[in-house]
Design a protein around this ligand. Structure first.
Ligand code: UDP
Length: 234
């Protein structure tokens, strides 16, 4: 069983069936998934994405600078973090939202020791604002955060149940990898499941990554308990 996990949830996953924005039913469902993990004694830190609102690289242009576009993206992650925190608490899961951008009126600043305190007290910590810096995504921010607060593993949930040698949605003959080395994940052009920058940092710092599906219920708890689910990159 892992002592502390970093869960990376994308904005797209939080939007569920909606085209954009956040589906509260998904967040409620996620609260129950995370509760299974915390009930068994594993601490949970969540980095939320913001792709359901803005992806900087996609909206930059037409007068909007890339830096500004990325800042808009980070604000999108904040909106997700705030909403998910409230919904988790409403579901009976003690949760705190910390922010990596200056936003004192809406959330506590991310301070390593403060995050530790919340985790030691049995609270889930949700971090908004990505890394606070442009030109990276929340995948990279997730790996940095996991290293910063000493998580045992980064779990990135996706639509499919792991890493394949080609897109399994388009190619029915695609083969799934049960495990990969960081080196293989970085070098293989077909593997796009996580940013190469995030993967490179994980390789350099020897941080394990598990890519798995959010569903069925209990999947995240299985990973947290050490069961082999999805694809492990280590
Ligand atoms: N972003 C950023 N720095 C960070 C994290 C995120 O600039 O450290 C911006 C970037 O524009 C990114 C957007 O916020 O595209 C939303 O994050 P991401 O694309 O990772 O969201 P996801 O695809 O996981 O929902």
């Amino acid at each position: 069983m892992y002592k502390r996990i970093l869960l990376k949830i994308s904005g797209e996953q939080l939007s569920g069936q909606h085209e954009s924005g956040l589906d509260p039913e998904i967040a409620k469902w996620l609260a129950n998934e995370v509760k299974q993990v915390t009930d068994s004694g594993t601490q949970v830190v969540i980095m939320v994405g913001g792709g359901n609102y803005v992806r900087g690289a996609q909206i930059a242009g037409h007068g909007i600078k890339r830096v500004t576009a990325d800042q808009m993206g980070m604000l999108g992650t904040m909106m997700n973090a705030l909403a998910v925190t409230d919904i988790f608490e409403e579901q009976g899961l003690p949760t705190r939202c910390l922010t990596n951008i200056f936003a004192e009126q809406v959330a506590e600043p991310f301070i390593h020791r403060l995050a530790e305190k919340h985790l030691e007290r049995g609270r889930v910590v949700i971090v908004g604002g990505g890394s606070g810096r442009p030109y990276v995504t929340t995948d990279t921010a997730a790996v940095v955060l996991a290293l910063e607060i000493d998580c045992d593993v980064v779990i990135k949930t996706t639509k499919v149940d792991g890493v394949y040698d080609s897109d399994p949605v388009q190619n029915p003959d695609a083969n799934k990898f049960d495990s990969l080395t960081h080196q293989q994940a970085v070098e293989n052009e077909q593997i796009k499941v996580m940013d190469k920058a995030a993967m490179g940092l994980a390789m350099e710092q020897d941080m394990s990554i598990v890519i798995c599906c959010l569903e069925p219920s209990g999947n995240i708890a299985k990973v947290a308990s050490g069961e082999t689910v999805g694809t492990t990159i280590s």
